[in-house]
Design a protein around this ligand. Structure first.
Ligand code: NAD
Length: 557
């Protein structure tokens, strides 16, 4: 495999089972989760330490990776390991209830917060891009985004298509780590998807893991398949090999208008993530290396054509939305003045959930035993009998979603729900119902820990989109509440200069200490999401804050 060519690369599999070599379960969990992020079943390019999202990495280089693993094995229960952009830079004495690892990824002083400066530092070996859950060691493969993508398409269906995508076609692009969830999510919502992807191996991967039904290299064939399925209201996903910057304009020329149009190429990183069309005799990496300026011009032209086609489709009646990859901002920089004529997915479909602190909550079985996840699924079905979407999702996921790496599950839970789930898992570990501890984390697609004006905080009611005090408060609150490890990142999702966000992970090992940590951090973390939205003036968040007992001094008469 390609990885054999990279010095220092050995395929990685996290240890399984309930025997640990580290001095505590948190250290063991951090080690296994870092390894799991780089498992070849999980990571998109493990040999380059790239987990997902363009060049989102788990460690700066292989030397750093091995040093982190060694350090986690010797780390005492009153020490904290400090990670600076993927490099283990220090171990400090703290106390038992402190996080065992603190991580800062890709943070730059605002005036220098751009890809040019990041790239300079990256080339000098001084930084890495942590994306969101890559550099915070809680990525679980494409399932991690599947329910969120499903929630998004379900909300779109509810708003625009009588609650189902049956009889509709969605056109999108990008079948990478996150984008690969789109075909299955649209299918789950009843619709037909036509997913454009340049890289044949990504299409192959999604076919193999049953995220995609069919694949073709022919646009007319793809359109015919999609149109037939639309007519018969059959849910179907079709992968089309090609470049979105060429295919979408061709669709426009042919007069083909989908019902929904979006995109999940890695446009947040125009130099490395978004690929311009190339001739058969051209290699994209050589082009970029030989003439970066010319290469960037080609990317800009591609993005202009791509977004131009989305805007035309929108004018012809398609529901267009940006899927959190900053394509609109790149298009605007490249000269498309009306690029922001279509909304981001958060204000369009997700904000209402954020007002309840609701968002993607995930957990991983350190045993490696899928039976442990099956037991947690059962437990949550009983714990939240009235949550219809959760019931539907967990029943579907337990039967249909293939695990990648350590068995894991995701579901959307909000304030005063996550703590109940975490405490229940801790009890199940304590009583031996589960055969090893459970790691609990969340995405950075989150209500209270992210400042990202073109994504999570786009179009906030009070105009506070770019205020990142909230992300810092979340980071500090997680630490004060005894998270197992916390991270603070810049640039995730949308790229350098566009976001700041914090990640939280907790561990349920059945102990009293874990109970205390879980109770605090799984209450306070989503609580901040409600506070952030209540403070911005969202009535729903204000109501939830009142009903669920959040203390907000500024809301008191
Ligand atoms: P990835 O890098 O793993 O995959 C991107 C894919 O796009 C690759 O397979 C690449 O071959 C393909 N691609 C690039 N340019 C293309 C083009 N012009 N035409 C067709 N295909 C092209 O990234 P990912 O993890 O799938 O994330 C994709 C984007 O979505 C990123 O910008 C990421 O930040 C964003 N994202 C969104 C969410 C969300 O909740 N919506 C969550 C995480 C990430």
């Amino acid at each position: 495999m390609a990885g054999d060519l990279v010095p220092g690369y050995v395929p990685i599999k996290a240890p399984r089972g309930n025997t640990r070599t580290a001095k505590g379960w948190i250290q063991e969990a951090a080690k296994r989760m870092l390894m799991n992020n780089l498992d070849s079943e999980v990571a998109e390019k493990p040999e380059e330490l790239i987990v997902y999202g363009g060049r989102g990495k788990a460690a700066r280089n292989w030397e750093c990776y091995h040093k982190i693993i060694e350090t986690l094995d010797r780390l005492e229960n009153n020490q904290t390991l400090l990670i600076q952009s993927g490099k283990p830079v220090g171990v400090v004495e703290t106390h038992r209830l402190a996080p065992r690892v603190l991580i800062a990824n890709s943070n730059l002083v605002p005036k220098w917060a751009n890809w040019e400066e990041f790239d300079r530092l990256d080339r000098a070996g001084l930084m890495m891009y942590g994306q969101m859950t890559a550099g915070s060691w809680i990525y679980i493969g494409t399932q991690g985004i599947l329910q969120g993508t499903y929630e998004t398409f379900k909300s779109a269906a509810k708003q625009h298509f009588n609650d189902t995508l049956a009889g509709t076609i969605t056109v999108t692009a990008g079948l990478g780590g996150m984008g690969g969830a789109q075909p299955l999510a649209v299918k789950l919502a009843g619709g037909v998807s036509l997913c454009i992807e340049v890289d044949a191996s990504r299409i192959e991967r999604r076919l193999k893991t049953r995220y995609l039904d069919r694949a073709t290299t022919s646009l007319p064939e793809a359109i015919a398949l999609a149109s037939d399925a639309k007519k018969s209201r059959t849910a179907l996903s079709i992968g089309l090999q090609g470049n979105a910057a060429e295919i979408l304009p061709k669709m426009v020329q042919m007069g083909f208008t989908p019902d929904l149009v979006t995109d999940q190429t890695s446009a947040h990183d125009p130099m490395w993530g978004y690929l311009p069309p190339t001739r058969a005799d051209e290699d994209v990496n050589t082009l970029r290396e030989q003439n970066p300026k010319l290469y960037k011009e080609r990317v800009n032209i591609a993005i202009v054509n791509h977004v131009g086609a989305i805007l035309t489709m929108q004018k012809r009646g398609a529901i267009a939305f940006d899927y959190g990859n900053n394509l609109r901002a790149q298009a605007k920089l490249a000269g498309v003045d009306d690029a922001f004529s279509y909304p981001g997915f958060v204000p369009a479909f997700i904000r209402d959930s954020f007002c309840e602190g609701r968002g993607p909550f995930r957990w991983v079985a350190l045993s490696g035993d899928p039976a442990d996840i099956a037991k947690t699924d059962e437990a949550l079905l009983k714990l939240f009998p009235d949550d219809v979407r959760l019931q539907e999702w967990l029943r579907f996921a337990s039967g249909q979603v293939a695990f990648q790496g350590l068995p894991a599950r995701i579901c959307w839970l909000g304030y005063r729900e996550r703590d109940r789930a975490g405490l229940l898992f801790n009890k199940m570990v304590r009583e031996g119902t589960l055969s090893a501890p459970i790691v609990i984390g969340r995405d950075h697609l989150d209500a209270g820990s992210v400042a990202s004006p073109y994504r999570e905080t786009e179009a906030m009611l009070d105009g506070s989109d770019a205020v990142s005090d909230w992300a810092l408060l979340n980071f500090a609150t997680g630490i004060a509440s005894g998270a197992a490890w916390m991270s603070f990142h810049h640039g995730g999702g949308v790229g350098m200069g566009y976001s700041q966000h914090a990640g939280l992970v907790a561990v349920a090992d059945g102990s009293d200490e874990a109970e205390e940590r879980l109770r605090l951090c799984l209450t306070n973390d989503p609580g901040l999401g409600v506070i952030r939205h209540a403070d911005a003036g969202y009535e729903k968040a204000q109501r939830i804050a009142g009903e669920r007992g959040l203390d907000m001094p500024s809301m008191k008469p």
